[in-house]
Design a protein around this ligand. Structure first.
Ligand code: ATP
Ligand code: MG
Length: 407
């Protein structure tokens, strides 16, 4: 049997990027031989094994044939006769379809190296359209390598458009889509992911609520970039530049969905867009089964981001309601993430990226003031049950009044 390094490890070594996980392909072996060498099978009917020591993935060279919709709709054929070239041709991009032996000899039948130099994300073969997940993968790689100057080859974008229009994207499971979305949002330029999806028509299918923001104007005085879609991309870009976690990036993407519902007669104003957007945020959250912390933050940021921006003008009672809504006493981290999302929103405006955001520290100070109210003295005064709750609220309000006066 011959063993080769394949996929991302080869690509990233040639790009001079750190290699994190290594995928291997094994040519000329049978399942029985692998098991005899101590490899552990990953799945029952999938020719992939884990190395007994390193735990890295070793896949038997295989060919694939599409036999139905979605990912389940593939039949695999793995046998010792399948060649390296046959295995590589089923892969998504030319830069992902190179293999390397232990002497670093490259096998590159589909010109991945040429495309690395040309900075092109190009499909290997027309079979690209057999798996709709590749639309998301290519957009994710575009987000990752945009900084190196990579773009999607026009022919590949055309296939992505064909896939988007064919209805195949709907066959993707929430789990597979979310995995790609989450990884893409954590790349250096997540806005490129959304942009590429939009260019090929996939955004309209996957997240029509986000797609609808393009072409929707906002008041120029607050939003020099005017377009709500362009603003959303900038907010995401800011979130990545400020190394925000996934929760914040997800909330940034969805914070303004309500603006897509404003009747044109009301443009460029968006009255109550915060509240109107909630049902859309909920729908997107559920469509991809986003993790609970992402779902929660997106809804809270959607509802309260304008409060964040107006923090310094809020009445103490409104400030208190805001802090209560976030349960800032038990969930301080979530409130920090809210503040971060608001700040990214403010910075994601053309020409205002560097403007300071004093609201952030003001909100932190308010949370500290409200949290400093001690419960013990109230218990000692004999308050209990709902009355205790009311007493705590009164004290917190007092603390916030004092905070506002001194700030
Ligand atoms: P990453 O750095 O994100 O891990 P990767 O290229 O290693 O990138 P993996 O998801 O680890 O991506 O997959 C390993 C290889 O398997 C890819 O390089 C590609 O050749 C192939 N591959 C994975 N998923 C697909 C797919 N859906 N369609 C075609 N080829 C795929
Ligand atoms: Mg990999």
């Amino acid at each position: 049997m011959q063993i080769y390094k394949v996929g991302g490890a080869v690509r990233d070594r040639l790009l001079g990027r750190p290699v994190t996980d290594i995928d291997w392909v094994v040519v000329g072996a049978t399942t029985e031989e692998m098991l005899a060498k101590g490899f552990r099978p990953v799945g029952a009917d999938f020719p992939v094994f884990l190395h007994p020591k390193s735990g890295e993935e070793y896949a038997l060279a295989r060919t694939e044939r599409k036999s139905g919709r979605g990912y389940g709709g593939f039949t695999f054929h793995a046998s010792p006769e399948v060649t390296l070239e046959e295995d590589l041709i089923r892969r998504d991009l030319t830069i992902n379809a190179m293999a390397e032996d232990d002497q670093q000899n490259l096998t590159d039948p589909y010109h991945g190296q040429r495309d690395l130099e040309a900075r092109l994300l190009r499909h290997v073969s027309p079979a690209f359209t057999e798996d709709p997940l590749r639309v998301l993968r290519v957009a994710r790689f575009a987000a990752r390598y945009a900084g190196l100057g990579f773009t999607v080859a026009p022919e590949t974008l055309a296939l992505m458009r064909q896939l988007s229009e064919s209805g195949e994207l709907e066959a993707l499971t929430a789990e597979r889509s979310w995995k790609e979305i989450a990884r893409a949002l954590m790349e250096d330029q997540p806005q490129v992911f959304i942009q590429v999806l939009r260019e090929c028509g996939a955004l309209k299918v996957l997240m029509p609520e986000v797609d609808a923001l393009f072409g929707v104007p906002q008041p120029e005085a607050h939003h020099p970039e005017i377009d709500t879609g362009v603003h959303t991309l900038s907010v995401l870009e800011q979130a990545a530049q400020h190394k925000q976690p996934l929760t914040v990036r997800w909330a940034c993407l969805l914070h303004d969905l309500g603006k897509g519902l404003t009747p044109e007669e009301e443009w460029p104003r968006h009255i109550a867009h915060e509240h109107k957007g909630l049902k859309l945020i909920k729908a997107v959250n559920e469509r991809f089964k986003a993790p609970k912390d992402c779902q929660e933050l997106a809804l809270l940021v959607g509802e309260y981001h304008t409060h964040g921006h107006r923090a310094l003008e809020l009445k103490p009672s409104t400030l208190l309601e805001l802090l209560q809504s976030f349960d800032v006493y038990r969930r301080p981290q979530r409130f920090e993430e809210f503040i971060a999302a608001c700040e990214m929103d403010a910075r994601g405006r053309k020409g205002l990226e560097q403007r300071s955001y004093p609201q952030a520290d003001y909100l932190r100070g308010a949370a500290t003031a409200a949290r400093s109210v001690a419960v013990q003295p109230l218990l000692e005064k004999g308050f209990k049950g709902p009355e205790l709750g009311e007493a705590i609220k009164r004290e917190r309000l007092k603390a916030l009044k004092a905070y506002k006066e001194q700030a």
